[in-house]
Write a protein that binds this ligand. Structure first.
Ligand code: ADP
Ligand code: MG
Length: 708
């Protein structure tokens, strides 16, 4: 695999000087809070930053009563961080001033740099050069700064800082977008989530996402990291961060833009990011145990939950609600995502005597039928018996407009903490739900407004409980077989199979025949029945035009098939007919798709799908970073929706999944070893026989690039 070289240095000094500074200069400080510099100062003061504040404004002696200076140097004391909100054309001079004054970090809010094209990119580069020469680091440009709640530091002009508090906690937000970072912060804070960091990196001219991921991983106050990515400056470093996070016992969640063409274009003009392939990013995340979201607020509420709720280990869901309907809907949704549903043990049922009437001593727990009536004591009695049940892995509290909502959430959180099991609180109520929402905030226990959010939490809990990042695997540089040396471009079916065979994958015995007579001779040599396929560089989907003839039993059939295929080429006006490939007739119960392709960011990817010619239609394809082990390949197959078809569905024979996994693993090693030389390879189909009968590749396609 090639490592994309970014030429970036890892931060030498610690980012602690940026995130917990002793002194901050605001370049362009003002009393007018319609201006960026006005709001930055206002929020810095408002949220109680205790360090030294240095307003820089050549026209004022004081700003908000704080002595101001015409330049950073004029302040005559050390400054850790300078934040600047000036027109783009003034940034260079200001950066030079800061560099000369020995400032550690410059936060550039100003936009109009790389994201606006070549001229902006040049300006950005000049700013960077000045900073580099002085050893000063840059956050941004085109960002919204950062919040560091444990240090009571709000270093941002974002209106989200109008909120009264700056809740400190264990969630670190690392975002390319400033507005999304601020919104996630604001939205999360409303739900009782506390943060260790909120940082927006903008154009990532210097400091990039991974610098802050590394910082958050090492930061003892951070437990969960949520990152919003447009484009990674160094994709392979992201993988390292994910593995390091896992090793440090921290959860990493990600939302990435650029799933669609429209999203890709938006990311480019937003932060000059090349969005890269979403498929590759998502495969990478799966490989290294990062959970991927498609919505930033959904991510942050899940992050808050994972941070504060006791961790899930195993066991089913225990649903409880004042509403039988709420219970039923929750159970439908929980079943729908395949999360197990708990049934109480007999011992727990017995312990519920006196708490619940006999007919209702089971799950879901309908709080409406508490035997001694609806009271805090009775709710507590039920929950403290149910949650510790060995079958119960998590509680789901569905709050509908009902009596004792505050008491219910308080007792639910207490029971969760006592049992060391998570309870997901879904507050479906309107105005009546305000009091329990406030109660959750006070307890520092996040809640969800929707069943969607609650289901994401269950999925995330399961993901985190099972996530096991694959270790980086050493890759042996590979070579193409001698017959393909120097070959560049799209390979023929036969050449693609030579490549697959060189990796140890069984392929059909076959021979290319230029004439019908040659084909008949080849068939006799290979042994009947045979398959004939027309060969031409211009033909991609052979069976679509009748150029594949299966099950030919004798020489006469071969002759007829040859003539028919030649005719099909003429009918469909396909040029370059080179004859036919004659091949053994493979046998199998199921057709799989095996593929690999080279991603410029993450290197080789391996794909396993089901379906032969219907693979695109079914869309049941799993993707992973190559190489994969046989076990990992098997796990990919088990994640396919149609896995039951391989596993003996309705009396069909179970197929040789072990042999298929071996083939996938070998193909993945081939692709990883060849790197960018192998742009892509497809085996479609790979016929998979009954258990023990093995596999055979009957069709292949591949594209090779220059070996450089
Ligand atoms: P296409 O270019 O249309 O993908 P294929 O070579 O994959 O052509 O052939 C189409 C279908 O014919 C395959 O999906 C498979 O079902 C069947 N087939 C092709 N070659 C063989 C073979 N050697 N043995 C058995 N079946 C084959
Ligand atoms: Mg095919």
């Amino acid at each position: 695999m090639t490592t994309p070289e970014t030429g970036r240095a890892k931060p030498q000094g610690s980012l602690a000087r940026l995130c917990t500074p002793r002194s901050v200069a605001i370049i362009g400080a003002s009393e007018d809070d319609r201006k960026f510099g006005g709001r930055v100062l206002k929020y810095l003061v408002k949220h109680g930053f205790a360090g030294d504040i240095v307003p820089v404004n050549p026209k004022a002696a004081t700003v908000l009563g704080i002595p101001a200076y015409p330049s950073v140097a004029a302040a005559g004391r050390p400054v850790d961080v300078a934040i600047m909100a000036l027109p783009a054309e003034h940034i260079e001079a200001s950066i030079a001033d800061c560099a000369a004054a020995g400032v550690g970090f410059a936060v550039i809010i100003t936009a109009n740099f790389a994201e606006v094209g070549a001229e902006g990119l040049e300006r950005q580069q000049r700013v960077l050069d000045i900073a580099r020469a002085a050893g000063m680091r840059i956050l941004g440009p085109n960002c919204l700064g950062l919040m560091s709640p444990h240090a009571r530091l709000a270093l941002t002009p974002s209106l989200s800082m109008e909120r009264p508090d700056l809740p400190a906690g264990g969630v670190a937000l690392v975002s390319q977008s400033g507005a999304l970072m601020a919104t996630m912060f604001d939205y999360g804070a409303d739900r009782g989530i506390g943060f260790s960091l909120g940082v927006s990196v903008g154009n990532q001219a210097d400091l990039e996402i991974c610098d802050f991921l590394d910082f958050a991983i090492d930061d003892p106050k951070t437990r969960v990291i949520a990152t919003y990515v447009e484009g990674l400056a160094n994709p392979l470093r992201f993988l390292d961060c994910a593995r390091r996070a896992h090793a440090a016992g921290k959860v990493l969640l990600a939302t990435k833009a650029g799933r669609s063409e429209a999203g890709i274009a938006a990311a480019r003009s937003h932060t000059a990011s090349l969005a890269g392939s979403y498929t590759a990013f998502s495969a990478a995340c799966r490989s290294v145990g990062v959970m991927l979201f498609d919505d930033a607020n959904g991510m942050v509420e899940t992050a808050g939950f994972l941070c504060e709720a006791p961790p899930y280990r195993e066991g089913g869901a225990a649903v409880f609600s004042g509403s039988g309907g709420g219970c039923a809907i929750a159970l439908d949704r929980i079943s729908g995502i395949g999360f197990p549903i708990a049934e109480l043990t007999e011992a727990t049922e017995a312990a519920l005597e006196g708490v619940l009437q006999a007919s209702h001593r089971h799950l879901p727990l309908d709080l409406g039928v508490l035997q001694a009536g609806w009271s805090r004591a009775n709710i507590a009695a039920a929950l403290e018996r149910i949650l510790p049940d060995p079958h119960v892995g998590a509680g789901i509290c569905v709050l509908t407009t009902q009596p004792l909502m505050v008491e219910t959430v308080e007792e639910a959180v207490k029971a969760a903490r006592q049992a060391g099991k998570p309870v997901v609180i879904v507050n479906l109520a309107g105005v009546a739900g305000e009091a329990p929402r406030a109660a959750c905030r006070k307890l520092g226990y996040p809640y969800f407004d929707t069943m969607d959010g609650a289901m994401r939490a269950l999925e995330a809990m399961t993901f985190v409980a099972h996530a096991k990042p694959s270790a980086p695997k050493p890759v042996e540089p590979g070579a193409v077989p001698p017959a393909l040396e120097g070959r560049v471009g799209r390979l023929t079916e036969h050449e693609a199979k030579l490549l697959a065979a060189s990796a140890g994958i069984r392929v059909t015995r076959e021979k290319v025949a230029a004439t019908a007579a040659e084909a008949a001779a080849a068939a006799a040599e290979i042994g009947f029945p045979v398959v004939l396929k027309g060969v031409s560089k211009a033909l991609v989907h052979k069976s679509d035009v009748g150029a594949v003839k299966l099950g030919l039993k004798d020489a006469a059939a071969v002759g007829r098939a040859f003539a028919d295929i030649a005719q099909a080429f003429a009918t469909h006006r396909i040029s370059g007919f080179e004859g036919c490939i004659v091949q053994e007739m493979g046998r199998g119960e199921v057709e799989l798709f095996l593929g690999a392709k080279h991603d410029p960011e993450f290197g080789a990817l391996v794909l396993i799908g089901i379906g032969g010619t219907t693979v695109e239609l079914l869309g049941d394809v799993q993707v992973a970073l190559a190489p994969v082990t046989e076990d990992e390949a098997l796990a990919m197959m088990k994640r396919m929706k149609l896995w039951p078809l391989l596993d003996g569905f309705r009396g069909r024979p179970a197929v040789d999944v072990a042999a298929a996994a071996r083939a996938a693993s070998r193909l993945s090693e081939l692709a990883a070893g060849l790197g960018s030389r192998l742009q892509e390879i497809d085996i479609n189909p790979l016929l998979v026989g009954e258990r023990g009968a093995g596999i055979i590749a009957v069709d292949g396609r591949a594209t090779l690039m220059d070996g450089a």
